[in-house]
Design a protein around this ligand. Structure first.
Ligand SMILES: [Zn+2]
Ligand SMILES: [Zn+2]
Length: 411
């Protein structure tokens, strides 16, 4: 304590409020406030001064903060008012402090020492947070607050940063005409032009819009982002148990949604295009899990055979693909937008479901990221080995559907 007093005495020539005096020693002990610490130190400093025949330490208007702590109730009221614009269960207060005040604080630290000090911003955040809590009774949440109220202490102006809402589900795509995500027009980049009929989009709708556009009005939000566990081609169906996804709704005014009712409404409105199941609340961590997961996929492929081959030979060739690795160069059809790479992919199995002379249906399971169409037709030898080559007759894909996405990370 003697050491602390010695340090505190270095501040005696400044006009400081008890908050700013006490905050210099915020980390000395716990169980008290900067205000209390300041009061105690002031009386110790004054005793020391009086023993040297000096009057008490001067305090009229704080040199450092200009008595900003007197305004805490005013900031809290402004925040509470602003927070009434959204629905929330917990919150956090942030402050923007005048840079001139922060500069003065650093100057004071250089005189008194910084090792026990706390920045004014932290004390303001805490004190205003407590005052808001006293008004609204909502929890202060540090780790992932639903809303951060940022107050600019110069003007008592409040801005809200509302955390997005995340919903997890699995979708089936029943149309070969729509993409998974919203696709801005290539010509106008979404502004609207002749090419896109002023819609700003390449496709009229998407899985993302079929789901997100239903949620927006309920959440009173304006924008959604879609995170799928991989994606299928536009002309592929997504069947079976569906593909996991997380949809992110930014800046929701309403957070308490009836999710079962939402799912019903989505399925009603998207009839024939998209189906959703297992819709539930989610979080940002799950977005990462869904996007990063390595997942096997199951497909059903309808293939045209351009030549003569018998069923026995097909069965024989398909067996050779069980548990094998293939090497795929970036397909010709996507090479204009992706780097030309060679990648190894694992084929778990390929089975024949139906065979006619010039058509067959295959079911196969592959590692995520396998180009299945290229595996069938060979892509001019860019996929090795491939089905056409092994059969000795050219084969092409008529239809490709995803019938299962195996979410191995699912708990
Ligand atoms: Zn002060
Ligand atoms: Zn356009």
């Amino acid at each position: 304590m003697k050491e602390v007093l010695e340090q505190a005495l270095k501040a005696q020539d400044r006009d400081l409020c008890d908050h700013c005096l006490g905050r210099l020693f915020a980390h000395v002990g716990t169980g008290t406030t900067n205000l209390k610490r300041g009061e105690e130190l002031r009386s110790l400093i004054d005793q020391d001064r009086s023993s040297r025949g000096l009057g008490p330490m001067k305090h009229e208007r704080c040199w450092l903060c200009d008595e900003i702590f007197e305004q805490v109730p005013r900031f809290a009221e402004a925040i509470d008012l602003k927070l009434q614009e959204v629905q929330y269960d917990n919150f956090l207060v942030g402050t923007r402090v005048d840079p001139a005040v922060q500069a003065k604080e650093e100057e004071l630290w250089s005189v008194v020492g910084q090792e026990h000090a706390e920045p004014i911003k932290s004390e303001l955040n805490r004190e205003i947070g407590k005052a808001v809590y006293a008004i609204n009774g909502k929890d202060v949440e540090f780790k992932s607050p639903q809303v951060v109220a940022l107050v600019d202490t110069r003007f008592a102006h409040v801005e809200l940063d509302v955390a997005p809402l995340f919903l997890y589900g699995r979708y089936r795509k029943l149309s070969r005409e729509i993409p998974q995500t919203k696709w801005p027009c290539r010509v106008c980049q979404g502004k609207g032009c002749q090419r896109c009929g002023n819609t700003g989009k390449m496709y009229q709708t998407s899985v993302q819009e079929q789901i997100g556009d239903v949620i927006l009005p309920h959440a009173k939000a304006k924008e959604h982002f879609f995170h799928g566990m991989g994606r299928e081609d536009i002309d592929a169906l997504m069947l079976g148990t569906g593909r996991p996804f997380v949809i992110e709704i930014s800046s929701p005014v309403v957070r308490a949604l009836d999710i079962a009712a939402l799912q019903e409404e989505i399925n009603e409105k998207a009839k024939g295009l998209v189906e959703v199941e297992q819709l539930r609340l989610s979080d940002r961590d799950e977005v990462r899990r869904v996007k990063d997961s390595a997942h096997d996929k199951e497909y059903r492929v309808t293939v045209s055979i351009h030549g003569k081959v018998n069923k026995g030979r097909v069965d024989e060739v398909l067996r050779t693909f069980n548990r094998t690795r293939i090497v795929q160069r970036t397909p010709v059809r996507v090479s204009h937008r992706r780097a030309d790479l060679k990648r190894e992919r694992y084929i778990v199995y390929v089975v024949l479901e139906d065979f006619q002379d010039d058509k067959m249906t295959l079911r196969l399971r592959t590692e995520s990221g396998t180009y299945v169409k290229e595996f069938v037709h060979g892509d001019e030898g860019r996929t090795e080995p491939n089905l056409s080559e092994m059969l000795g007759v050219p084969c092409t894909v008529d239809a490709l559907d995803v019938i299962g996405v195996i979410d191995s990370s699912e708990v």
